[in-house]
Design a protein around this ligand. Structure first.
Ligand code: AHR
Length: 492
């Protein structure tokens, strides 16, 4: 029996709801087909946005959406995507599949999508191949309410009022596709570009996010914090889970037990990576003013056979949901520093929450993991500890069998999410909550064979169900968690 202690007398950080964000890039079928089908499409839509997708993302509680890239952002010229659609420039999306980008989804469409979703906007600007003026004017276009060339242009294009822009990224992966810069060079560029990302409204202070490290590159974090820490509100971090290596990432659906373990060990490394970056940030920013923004994370599998390799389309199984649950628990535990995260990506690309095929749409196991964790949004993280065995592949690669986080809502309800990563063993747990008389526990579960997934023929094979393999005790509960499961408990 594993012992699980939750301490409501130990309130820790606030779990920023933006940890549960997603990322949508002009890549493959994420935006076009997956989200935006145009007003004239036979697929049910509101102002061009797929109704099924908007409804699903709202039900998942999507708090924030990052756009337009990714690598695409540092080649994107925003003025190509405004004004009458028939006059918008067509271009080749050189990064992703070499397809024609007709710019029919631009700034106005993005904010319309956010309006329909009821979520906040995170826009990433072009530092790699754009000018300071271009970036500065985009922010003016989006956020200025007064008289100015860009605000007037926005009005001409049909939006009288500025939009609420919560976050603005000053470049993306500038150590790679965003210009192949050194940390020192980017830090100075960041200072220059960010200077002209003006605050145009007292009611809409735009939070500026600097491009952060690739995985474990702690030198990048050190240089950025030292040279530019005072001028940023967030530093981004990108980390992708890879089963083997970048040349042979591994299949989304065909994998054996050993590969399952490799995937989980790769995913679990994000805990250590966040800890190491946080330690550096703590030196320069002990009051934790600057957030660590994990604005790209998720599993990167080999593309599905027969699909465009530049479209990064992959299926999504229970294994992906286990990784999502593990990672979201890790983010919760680091919520003193991690204040936003965006899974890559929202629809039809990498570890998506939904897949589409023409008019059909399915929700992935990852979607259901996000929906389960929704109850943590904006809660107070609590001190908690669960004993667990650990699988050690070698000195560097390991992962726990059980991983959890617990938080408290304003009304005192305790939310606990536990992932049992074991392929074969149920886990017996005894949960004790300090100074609490427990009167009611409800629970939901997502579980199955790690290969289980939804298809367009069987879209409901994998989904969340009620869970009742638990018993109340005076100060908590006992429960039996099946292998390969993500379970959420609500304790009152
Ligand atoms: O998410 C796909 C790509 O991965 C993004 O465009 C880029 O930022 C990262 O390398």
């Amino acid at each position: 029996m594993e012992k699980y202690l939750i301490n409501p007398n130990q309130p820790l950080s606030k779990i920023n709801r933006d940890i549960y964000g997603t990322f949508s890039e002009h890549l493959g079928r994420c935006i076009y087909e997956g989200t935006y089908v145009g007003e004239d499409s036979p697929i049910p839509n509101v102002n061009g946005m797929r109704k099924d997708i908007v409804d699903a993302l709202k039900a998942m509680g999507l708090p924030v959406l990052r756009w337009p890239g990714g690598c695409f952002a540092d080649e994107y010229h925003w003025k190509d995507g405004i004004g009458p659609k028939e006059k918008r420039k067509k271009m080749i999306n050189t990064h992703w599949g070499g397809v024609i980008e007709d710019n029919s989804f631009g700034t106005h469409e993005f904010f319309e999508l956010c309006r329909q979703l009821g979520c906040d906007a995170y826009v990433t600007g072009n530092l790699g191949s754009g000018t300071v003026q271009e970036m500065s004017e985009w922010v003016e276009y989006m956020t200025f309410d007064g008289v100015s060339p860009m605000a007037d242009l926005r009005r001409e294009n049909g939006s009288e009022k500025p939009w609420r822009l919560k976050y603005f990224g000053v470049g993306n992966e500038n150590w790679g596709c965003g210009g192949n810069m050194s940390a020192e060079f980017y830090a100075d560029q960041y200072r220059r570009y960010a200077t002209y990302v003006r605050q145009y409204s007292r009611d809409n202070r735009v939070m500026k996010i600097a491009c952060g490290p690739n995985g474990g590159d702690v030198n990048w974090t050190d240089v950025l914090m030292k040279r530019a820490g005072g001028m940023m509100d967030g530093l981004s971090l990108h980390y992708y889970t890879i089963t083997h290596d970048w040349g042979h990432k591994g299949s989304a659906l065909e994998f054996d037990d050993e590969e399952y373990a490799l995937t989980l060990a790769s995913a679990y490394q994000i805990d250590d990576i966040i800890t190491r970056h946080s330690e550096i940030m703590n030196r320069y920013d002990p009051r934790k003013r600057v957030g660590l923004i994990v604005d790209e994370w998720g599993i990167w599998h080999d593309v599905e056979e027969g699909t465009n390799p530049g479209f990064l389309y992959q299926q999504n199984a229970i294994r992906d949901a286990i990784v999502a649950g593990m990672t979201l628990n890790i983010f919760n535990k680091h919520s003193d520093r991690v204040t936003m995260a965006n899974i890559a990506q929202t629809i039809n690309v990498l570890q998506s929450v939904a897949l589409t095929d023409g008019a059909d749409m399915l929700l992935t196991p990852t979607y259901y993991a996000f929906a389960l964790f929704r109850d943590h949004q904006d809660n107070t993280l609590l001190g908690s500890h669960l004993t667990t065995p650990v699988t050690e592949i070698d000195r560097r690669r390991k992962f726990p069998t059980l991983i959890e986080s617990a938080s408290m809502k304003e009304d005192g309800t305790i939310v606990s999410t536990i992932v049992n990563t074991s392929l074969t063993e149920s886990a017996e747990i005894l949960c004790q909550i300090a100074d609490r008389r427990v009167t009611e526990v409800t629970a939901e579960i997502l579980t199955g064979d790690p290969h289980d997934h939804n298809t367009f023929e069987t879209p409901d094979k994998v989904k969340t169900t009620g869970f009742d393999a638990f018993e109340l005790t005076a100060d908590g509960f006992t429960a039996t968690l099946p292998p390969c499961s993500v379970v959420k408990f609500l304790v009152r």
